[in-house]
Design a protein around this ligand. Structure first.
Ligand code: COA
Ligand code: ZN
Length: 314
């Protein structure tokens, strides 16, 4: 990819959530150095937005206990990168702000039980806390995102009403969320539902502020991303190597892999500004951290392009 291509305004914006959604669920403890290096490799590949960490209770998610160090060091190393941080409440916001974070994401699930399991409060309390956190974040001058999690299917309560998702998304927007991220947290959605639900949301909200966060549990991640594109969505979360899964949502497998999304988008003529070779370097690094093979559906083909004379398996 030439410098001109890399610096052109992308047609789609991808937030790589591997350092947060990808790492939060890993059994092996990852060092702060390694997290910062993963973020640096993503930035070097041309990724412009990364969800770096979460300011949650270290008792709930020990892997994210070094959130402040990750933010400070990643910001120093990658000054042009948008670094988002997930915060579940005002205490998380306070910690993120003291660490110098410039962007936060609140996480509101669309069902009673998922909020209880994830952040230990019911839907009404979680909605209030998310609103208060967004309002305060805007007062502090931070950029804001709001997740509406389990926006298609909940692992505890089953299919989720469109009306509920619309209502919560509008409340997050009205409280000041600049980006509303509709999340298929357990990867249960299919393209028809993604297209119709995202189209309905795009009508109710400013489509430019709408993002989709997909998991590839059933192998439908790329098809779902295409369905979202057809509904007018241009902002996507994805995770390099397809790493991911929520510790509080049973059955959630990895996220849609960033390399799969970039490959699909570029082959369809949509510029991402992201280098696939650069992403492969990040996948290889993540494999060394987690000590297992990673990568989305396209990984074997992508590696063959990178190394056409490499040995093939028999
Ligand atoms: N960061 C660090 N500590 C926090 C915190 C935060 N954002 N919010 C609360 N705490 C601390 C409190 O200070 C208190 O500490 P203490 O025991 O030393 O006094 C303790 O956690 C309990 O506080 P409480 O408000 O009762 O929280 P809780 O036990 O009900 O837990 C959450 C609520 C939101 C903090 C917890 O469920 C959580 O961190 N969930 C994160 C889930 C997650 O990351 N999911 C994946 C991403 S979607
Ligand atoms: Zn997720």
């Amino acid at each position: 990819m030439s410098d001109a291509q890399r610096h052109a305004t992308p047609d789609i914006v991808i937030t790589d959530v591997a350092p947060r959604d990808g790492l939060q669920n890993q059994a092996v403890a990852i060092s702060t150095d390694a997290k910062v290096e993963l973020i640096r490799l993503l930035a070097r590949a041309g990724v412009r937005s990364v969800e770096a960490t979460s300011f949650v209770s270290p008792k709930a998610v020990p892997q994210m206990a070094d959130a402040a160090d990750v933010v400070q060091r990643a910001a120093a190393q990658c000054p042009d990168l948008r670094l988002s941080t997930l915060v579940p409440n005002l205490k998380g916001l306070e910690r993120a702000h003291s660490a110098g974070a410039t962007e936060i994401a609140v996480v509101l699930s669309a069902t009673e039980t998922m909020n209880q399991r994830n952040i230990n409060m019911g839907l009404d309390a979680a909605t209030d806390v998310s609103e208060q956190t967004l309002v305060r974040a805007r007062e502090l001058g931070l950029r804001t995102r709001a997740y509406v999690a389990v926006a298609f299917d909940c692992p505890f309560e089953g299919p989720v009403d469109l009306d509920t998702v619309l209502r919560l998304a509008c409340r997050m927007r009205d409280a000041g969320a600049e980006e509303i991220v509709i999340a298929d947290t357990i990867g249960a959605a299919a393209p028809a539902a993604v297209k119709s639900r995202m189209a309905a949301l795009a009508q109710a909200l400013d489509p430019g502020t709408l993002a989709v966060h997909l998991h590839d549990t059933r192998g439908l991640g790329v098809a779902n991303a295409w369905a979202a594109l057809e509904a007018g969505v241009r902002r996507f979360d994805a995770s390099v190597g397809g790493i991911g899964g929520c510790p509080f949502a049973p059955g959630a497998a990895g996220n849609l892999a960033t390399e799969d999304l970039v490959l699909m988008a570029e082959q369809c003529g949509l510029r991402t500004g992201i280098s696939l070779d650069g992403l492969l370097d990040a996948v290889t690094f993540a494999e060394s951290l987690l000590d297992r093979p990673l990568g989305g559906r396209s990984i074997a083909w992508l590696r063959r392009q990178q190394n056409p004379r490499g040995k093939s398996c028999t």
